[in-house]
Ligand binder design. Structure first.
Ligand code: TYD
Length: 216
């Protein structure tokens, strides 16, 4: 790879890049913990990281993005900040680990931007694709595990079936669009996406995560 030209040289890269995606409350964190325990036990060289975040600058951007004080942020600004944090994170953490032959497990990645900002906020996949071209062209995951749980099911799991919170319900339309976005992305990228039914027990889900990763 040319000095100065950043981005994985897929001929040289020995590590694998695995991303986890899903709606809020889908059970992703539990699976990531189980995978972390497994990889440590099996002595498999890996790093865990997350988006937005995973480095000094990216974590600072995360704080701006997730702070309740920044409610007036425009959708476009939000999308650009996610993309900016991603580029920095790729340089700081993902690329070095992949070049060292490590397994990189990332909690959310560019598919979250396509689903949340593209579909959820309605900015469209074309715009999100353009501002994330760096990630999409140079750092496409080898495997993306999608924990498939509808926002309604995630909401019930969290609050109980009877809860009828107006605020949460208003947000529900947004989360439904996000979910539909993930489904469309999975359908459009069958070679990369592995969809796992999130209604199962954590052990059942984890067995499928492991077998999908071994197969890939
Ligand atoms: P986090 O607390 O890490 O949520 P989770 O545990 O569900 O991953 O917050 C991340 C939030 O950021 C989550 O609501 C999804 C959102 N997000 C986007 O909207 N776009 C993105 O590109 C990424 C990476 C995350």
């Amino acid at each position: 790879m040319e000095r100065g030209e950043k981005g994985i040289n897929y001929m040289e890269k020995t590590g694998k890049f695995i991303t986890f995606e899903g709606c809020d409350g889908c059970g992703k964190s539990t699976q990531l913990k189980m995978l972390s325990n497994y990889l440590t036990r099996e002595n498999i060289s890996h790093i865990f990281t997350r988006e937005p975040g995973g480095g000094k600058i990216s974590e600072a951007i995360r704080e701006i993005l997730l702070s309740g004080k920044n409610m007036e942020m425009t959708d476009e600004c939000e999308a650009l900040l996610y993309a900016a944090s991603r580029v920095q994170h790729l340089r700081d953490r993902v690329d070095p680990a992949l070049q060292e032959g490590k397994l990189v497990i990332c909690d959310r990645y560019v598919d979250s931007s396509l689903a949340y900002q593209g579909y959820g906020r309605g900015l469209g996949v074309e715009f999100i694709g353009k501002i994330n071209a760096y990630a999409l062209e140079k750092y496409l995951p080898d495997v993306t595990i999608f924990i498939d749980l509808t926002p309604e099911a995630a909401f019930k799991r969290k609050h109980g079936a009877d809860q009828n919170d107006r605020l949460e319900l208003a947000g529900m339309e947004f989360h439904k669009r996000v979910y539909e976005g993930f489904k469309a992305l999975a359908e459009a990228n069958p070679d990369r996406f592995v969809c796992i039914n999130g209604e199962q027990t954590p052990d059942e889900i984890f067995a499928q995560v492991l077998s999908a990763l071994k197969e890939k």
